[in-house]
Design a protein around this ligand. Structure first.
Ligand SMILES: [Zn+2]
Length: 321
């Protein structure tokens, strides 16, 4: 089965249809702009920590740009792009639990367009996974959030569903889908004792860019994925066509929470260190809504964006090395 072609859906009027999207981005910008800065950077050690490359450990990093007080660098060794003055974890956890912008984000996630688009994307990867013929029917959605992916799994598969998240708002819904025993609530995946349980499919939809320690999470995934199972990782691609056109205002540049921008090379290195290999690669969202005023949309444009790996999301299917 060919998964190289992205799902295409008319997203021209996205911001008109879902005004919360603009609200969300102005709220997160405001939250970041409030932080005290020196020399255009947030440096207060109570708020941020200066970190080495989270993939290879190199202490260097070439400046790409600063966004709202956060320095985005490119690792000269492994090519990983990351936030150098990373927001402290305790502070981040507090944000996810209670900020106004998080509530707005949840409303966006609940919107009709969002659900329809992601349901089709989820179904694409579930069909692909089914085509591999893996016997293990356990699915674990790491960072299951509001439960959208698990909800699609329930609708289109007979898999045994599991979730892991910290989100209190969606607790009752996730438990209604997975059962209480299969919801790993408020536990870091590294700390969960899965016993003999193995998973045919482990998914991390938009999760790895948020994690302080992506390596230890993937390493745990490599230990609990079935021999012939897959780990699906979907992450934003900084070097997208959207970034080429929109530059610094590309919405994925949200450095308070997006700590990483994986390149194909840095993802490969991260996987190798975790005992995984990239088995398949795909992309989603060649054109985001904000691009339309600056492009002539046609099939040739979409084909060119896909050929140059410039879609907004990169999807990696990993298996044990
Ligand atoms: Zn590096």
């Amino acid at each position: 089965m060919d998964i190289s072609q992205p799902i295409l859906m008319d997203n021209r009027n996205l911001r008109k249809d879902i005004p919360d999207i603009d609200t969300f981005f102005s709220q997160i910008m405001q939250e970041m702009e409030q932080l005290p800065r020196e020399g255009n950077l947030v440096v207060d050690p109570k708020l941020v920590t200066q970190v080495p490359c989270p993939v290879c450990g190199d202490p260097g990093g070439d400046q790409l740009f600063v966004r709202a007080g956060f320095l985005i660098v490119n690792c000269p060794v492994c090519s990983h792009v990351y936030v150098k003055n990373r927001m402290n974890e305790e502070y981040l956890q507090g944000l996810y639990a209670g900020s106004v912008s998080e509530q707005t984000y949840r409303r966006i996630r609940a919107s009709e367009f969002h659900n329809r688009y992601w349901h089709v994307v989820y179904s694409k990867y579930l069909s692909y996974f089914a085509s591999l013929g893996c016997a293990n029917k356990n699915v674990l959605d790491v960072g299951c959030g509001a439960g959208n992916f698990l909800d699609t799994c329930r609708a289109v598969t007979d898999y045994t569903l599991h979730g892991l998240d910290f989100c209190e708002d969606s607790f009752d819904f996730i438990v209604s889908v997975t059962g209480r025993d299969n919801y790993y609530f408020r536990q870091a995946i590294e700390d969960v004792d899965f016993g003999d349980k193995r998973f045919g499919l482990i998914t991390l939809w938009g999760v790895l860019e948020h994690l302080v320690s992506p390596g230890s999470v993937l390493e745990k995934c490599s230990r609990i994925v079935a021999e012939d199972g897959r780990v699906l990782v979907v992450v934003p691609n900084l070097f997208s066509r959207a970034f080429k056109i929109l530059g610094i205002s590309t919405p994925t540049i949200y450095p308070r929470a997006h700590l990483h921008y994986y390149t194909p090379a840095s993802m490969e290195r991260l996987c190798r260190d975790a005992g995984l290999v990239i088995d398949a690669f795909s992309q989603e969202l060649p054109v985001i809504d904000l691009m339309y005023p600056y492009i002539h949309y046609d099939d040739a444009l979409v084909a060119d964006i896909v050929a140059k790996n410039e879609c907004y999301y990169h999807a990696y299917l990993l298996r044990r090395a």
